[in-house]
Structures are given as C-alpha cells and as structure tokens.
Design a protein around this ligand. Sequence first.
Ligand code: UT7
Length: 329
Amino acid sequence: MPQSYISGLGHYVPPRCVTNKDLEKLMDTSDEWIVERTGINTRHWVDIDTESTAGMGVKASLIAIKNANINVEDIDFIIFCTLSPDYFFPGSGVLVQEQLGLGTIGALDIRNQCSGFVYGLSIADQYIKTGMFKNILVIGSEIQSTGMDISTSGRNVSVIFGDGAGAAVVSASEKKNRGILSTHLHSEGKHAEELMAKDRCCTSEKGKPFNAERFYPVMNGNNVFKHAVTRFPEVINEALIKNGYLSKDINLLIPHQANLRIAQFIQRTMKLRDDQVFNNIMNYGNTTAASIPIALSEAWQQGKVNEGDLICLAAFGSGFTWASALIKW
Ligand code: UT7
C-alpha cells in the first residue's frame, strides 16, 4: 500500500498589511487590547479588485508544486478548503482546476472552517493510500476582510481574522513509516451557532432593514475559547496514543492559529517547550482554513521541518469541528 507524504508546500498573503493601529481608525479598539487578548500585531487584507479566494489558492499552489519538484500536469486531484468561496456555489476548487489548466481532473470543496485543511489532508491521505491518486493539491484559502463587520459592533470578530492562502502537495511514496501516520476528525454540531455566518449569500431581505447579525460572522468568543483549550490537547493526544508517541517526541506542533493565548494554553497543558510549537498569528491573524498550511509552509521555509521529524497539526473551530494529523516528515 502506498504511503502519503507532503512533497511540497507554498503560501501567499496579499501585500496590504493592516496593523492594529489601522484598526483603531475603523472601530473602538486598541493595539493593547488586541495584543493582550489575541497576540496579533498585523494581518493582511486583499484588494478585492485584484484578488480572489481561488486566485490566492493558485498562487500558493504554484509555489507548492515547484517545491514538490513536479509539474502542474502531475496533479491529479484538488481539495479546496475554505469558508469564503468566490461564489456561494460552485466551490473554488473548480476555479483552481481551470486556472491551472488541469484538464478535467476532479475538484472537491470542503467547508469545515478552521479544521478544513486537516480534514482535507485526511481525505487526500485516504485517496493516496488506496492508490486512487498520486499527487493531490490540498489548498486552504480565505478572504475574510470583505465579509466582516469592521465597525465597533463587529470588533470581537474583525480584529482577529485575516486573508491568505496555503497549499500542500500530498504525494504517494513506497517508503514505509514515512508521511502521514494518522488523522483524527471530530465534530459537535450542537455548538454550530457559537461561531457562524447565518445568511452570507442573502445580501437583502426584501422590505426588511439590513440585519448585520444575519449577514456578518458572529462568535461567542468566550465559549469557543473554553472548548478550544479542551479539544486541542484531546485530539493531539489521540494522535500520539494511536502511534505510540508521547508529547516530548513531537518536534513541531502547528496548531491552527486561532489566538496566541489558546496556543500558549495548549503548550502549557501538553508540557511542550517553546521550540516545539510554531506560531505566526502575530503577523497574519487567524486565516481559518489557510492558517495551518501557511504556518507549515513558513515553518518549513525557516528550516523547522526536517526529514525524520514528528510533526503534529491540530485544529479547532466553527462547527464545532476539530482534527489532528501526525506526520513523520
Ligand atoms: O478560529 C476559530 C476559533 N475562534 C477562536 O478560537 C476564538 C476564541 N476566542 C477568543 O479568541 C477570545 O474570546 C476573543 C479574542 C474573541 C475575545 O477575548 P475575550 O478575552 O474573551 O474578551 P471578551 O469577549 O470577554 O470581551 C471583553 C471585553 C468586552 O467589554 P466589556 O463587556 O467587558 O465592557 C468586549 O466588548 O472586551 C470588549 N471587546 C473589545 N474591546 C476592544 C471585544 N472586542 C474588542 C476589541 N477591542 N476588538
């Protein structure tokens, strides 16, 4: 049976960098509040006239394909993870297929928000292991900035989220004990309304006043936080136990970049050293489905992901959904 491994990584963020000070001009917030509660200093926002969710995914993918040392034509399936597709339907995966000129290969969109990329990786892993495909593009891409309430009423959500894309090529290998060891997926839909966008596609309700609560994402931040700090360690331990490892064996944990305080909480609970956890939320904010592939790509670029390393990816978010992947690089 072939093993699956990540053969190439890439990421792209739009050039416009938005600081906390910039946000102070849009809403009643402060650099101090944002840094203390979230750890975020800057995030990137698109110019919507020149960028698209699929287009950013393509930019990240071309880098990932180059780093995988394969040609675009070698990609035989696309998995696109996003909560902010270009259209309500169809999904953005087909737009990537078209923009990359990939004939008529299959494309699948995943709407699992912050856990989307790990869910996508899990699907790619299964397709590779059954021999159905050899090189699958798994993309996480988000444009959040155009869909948020950037006035004071939306400040608990809009200071956190940013735009960007990350991509991984998942390939087949005959090498044993290498690559994706296992993935673990969970959901608990009774919490669906704790972090949600109700009617994003319905811009107007005839005869009714505009209802921001229905259109913009809403979040019960405190409750999401409480569940996150329980579910992250739980799903990381599940992956470690399944493969006979302990937390001290992890070379690098890449948690979904939700909030630096959540990542620090996980680090303390799991008794991990600073060098065992990668965070870049300070620079990009929370980019939902794109956050793990952006962080993984950046960690790899910085030489923090090397052959033989035990890498753990873990995510939690809207749904609630949560997931982990353990990888022997
Ligand atoms: O990736 C998907 C998963 N999402 C998450 O994991 C997010 C989890 N939750 C969080 O990260 C945090 O709950 C937040 C960062 C969203 C909020 O932090 P908090 O410490 O839970 O603050 P809070 O919601 O309890 O609000 C505290 C105060 C409130 O004012 P009062 O009622 O105490 O007067 C808020 O109105 O802070 C106020 N506030 C703000 N003040 C300045 C909320 N947002 C802001 C803001 N700037 N941006």
